[in-house]
Design a protein around this ligand. Structure first.
Ligand code: NI
Length: 175
């Protein structure tokens, strides 16, 4: 496995729509090792999610791993060709960051609950619902596949903070 270089805001690959992965390609070694390397890269940089365009690959693939506090972290969720729909109308605004926008935090509105369809790393269809932080991370990663960054989703830029100031001045006590 390898730790991949993460591209930063300004790189054009972050602003283009990524392409669907052909289902018959999923079991190819190139795709399987990309999945493994994306997980390793996400973990190396303490991310909770990573989308393929962030490692310079314009394919619709993302990995997500939350609950990092757990002694035995759950397996990373791998989403190939993910699509999501809001479930209900509730939205929540909370802090986000992005490995491609280092050391910046901002408050972003997202759907509270979503339904997700995707293909698994085995090429099997996945369908599930997610809410709260997991749903937030999935929405952030799926946005990457459409060339959207969390800054684009902010409705009020006044919360935008450098990480150091975020830890110093945030009022909600959450990280
Ligand atoms: Ni991101």
């Amino acid at each position: 496995m390898a730790i991949l270089k993460v591209c930063r805001m300004g790189h054009p690959v972050l602003r283009q729509a990524a392409e669907q992965v052909a289902p018959e390609m999923i079991d190819m070694p190139e795709i399987q090792s990309l999945i493994d390397n994306m997980i390793e890269t996400m973990d190396e940089y303490d991310g909770v999610g990573l989308a393929a365009p962030q490692v310079h690959v314009a394919l619709r693939m993302a990995v997500v791993r939350v609950d990092r506090e757990d002694e035995t972290p759950p397996e990373a969720l791998v989403l190939i060709n993910p699509e999501l729909q809001p479930v209900g109308q509730a939205r929540e605004t909370d802090w986000e960051g992005c490995l491609s926008i280092p050391d910046i935090r901002g408050r972003v509105p997202r759907w509270h609950r979503i339904s997700v369809r995707a293909l698994s790393p085995e090429g099997e269809p996945l369908a599930f619902e997610a809410e709260g932080f997991v749903a937030r991370v999935i929405q952030h990663e799926v946005d990457h596949l459409d060339g959207i960054l969390f800054l684009d989703r902010m409705e009020d830029l006044s919360s935008l903070s450098f990480k150091e100031e975020y830890f110093r001045f945030r009022e909600d006590g959450e990280s």
